[in-house]
Ligand binder design. Structure first.
Ligand code: MCF
Ligand code: FE
Length: 407
């Protein structure tokens, strides 16, 4: 058992509670959290690690959506329009993936840890980042992705998917969790959607899918027209979308940990269905700006929780969650800054843990001890604005505790 104390404890609980001069008693899980005064009285003989002035303890950040296999990209892909981006991915994918070695991904994971991330939802197309994730102290929910809509390919694709899923199941541990990603409604054959979701239901695995990211996707799924028409004709010889958005969503009934990424062009009906499914929306504000010059209208979510993901370096210049949180804060000028900053911190911790089905993301009794310590540059004069200052001023963390151990 250990005790750590700081000037501020930002719990990220439902009420965004903050404890001034607080302390946490922890092991693998949090035993107790209270003021330093109360904890000192209760544990008079226990050594207390007191952090320096202006320190903050908060839950480790959870990046719910990242494609590590695209980690070698910086200036290769085309930005500004989804179709152009997609074509550039198809053109450069092999080269980018080849350059994303275990060594490179390990380096990126280390940097993610230093910038406050303690858990990731890793979307894996090939399983090439598995080793780097296993070697990292960061917790990983490993989303094995299924993608492909050509009828004559589905057996091969399903066999390959099952092999990757099995490999991640073989490596399941306290910090590594197998999961399933369905790429999107436009790119996955109905057979593969049905079969992979059946596995997820039987084995109670977390599931995630990209959903309605672009106007082109909307026009294609709803009206079989627009920018995707030519793309599908040329690449796949198809003239009709494989699945309508609502028919796609309906198949996700009965899953416990479910998230949809982007949802920028989701209709009101789609959002109602997402709410009914008790799913979380992964908000990737930088990616949406870069690929589609748009953003998710958070005021339409009406009770749906959102979490925050960087997406991959295929659509971002950084995998740092604090960089991403700043972008969320800056892009959503429609909200008052201090109350929105609180929402952002809760989204990146508490909401994210729910999306991934983990007992994390809140500093509270019995939650996993995934804790970061940061240091604000000076004393806080207006404590009600602490979330804003944390987001504005933090590049790197001072300390990372994962599962009760310094990482
Ligand atoms: O989220 C972004 C944009 N939307 C869709 N896919 C991806 C994103 N970043 C990487 N991807 C991957 C996806 O997982 O791109 C590949 C897929 O494997 C090609 S999409 C035909
Ligand atoms: Fe993505």
């Amino acid at each position: 058992m250990k005790i750590i104390a700081a000037k501020w404890i930002v719990t990220c609980d439902e009420n965004n509670s903050i404890i001034e001069d607080g302390a946490i008693v922890y092991d693998k899980k949090i035993d107790e959290i209270d003021t330093l005064e109360n904890i000192s009285k209760k544990y008079p003989n226990q050594e207390i690690q007191k952090l320096e002035d202006n320190s903050v303890l908060m839950p480790g950040l959870i990046n719910t959506h990242v494609h590590l296999e695209f980690s070698s990209n910086t200036t290769t892909l085309k930005y500004g329009n989804f179709m152009l981006w997609l074509n550039s991915v198809i053109g450069s994918r092999d080269e980018l993936i080849q350059k994303a070695t275990t060594k490179l991904i390990t380096k990126k994971l280390d940097k993610m840890k230093k910038s406050g991330t303690t858990t990731i939802g890793a979307i894996s197309s090939y399983g090439f980042e598995l080793e780097a994730c296993l070697n990292s102290p960061i917790n990983t929910v490993f989303f094995n992705e299924v993608i492909g809509s050509k009828a004559d390919m589905i057996d091969t694709l399903f066999t390959d998917f099952k092999a990757r899923l099995q490999k991640s199941k073989d490596n399941k541990s306290e910090k590594f969790f197998p999961a399933i990603a369905i790429h999107s409604p436009y790119s996955v054959h109905p057979f593969l959607v049905r079969e992979t979701l059946n596995i997820a239901k039987q084995e109670n695995l977390p599931v995630s899918a990209h959903f309605l990211e672009s106007i082109e996707e909307y026009d294609w799924l709803h009206k079989d027209e627009g920018g995707f028409l030519e793309f599908f004709k040329n690449f796949l010889g198809e003239e009709k979308a494989v699945t309508k958005p609502m028919r796609f969503l309906e198949q996700f009934n009965g899953l416990n940990s479910l998230s949809f990424t982007h949802c920028v062009e989701a209709s009101d009906n789609d959002l109602n269905k997402i709410k009914e499914l008790n799913a979380t929306i992964n908000h990737c504000v930088t990616s949406n700006r870069i690929l589609n010059n748009t953003k998710l209208d958070l005021s339409r979510l009406d009770g749906i929780d959102f979490a925050i993901g960087t997406d991959g370096l295929s659509s971002n210049n950084s995998l740092s969650m604090f960089d991403e949180l700043r972008n969320v804060l800056m892009m959503h000028t429609e909200f008052e800054i201090n109350s929105f900053a609180k929402k952002i911190l809760k989204a990146a911790t508490n909401n994210a843990a729910k999306a991934l089905g983990l007992n994390k993301g809140v500093l509270a009794k019995n939650k996993d001890s995934d804790i970061i310590a940061i240091k604000l540059p000076d004393a806080i004069k207006h404590k009600e604005d602490i979330a804003t200052h944390i987001i504005l001023h933090t590049k790197y963390v001072k300390r990372t505790i994962i599962g009760g151990v310094d990482a």
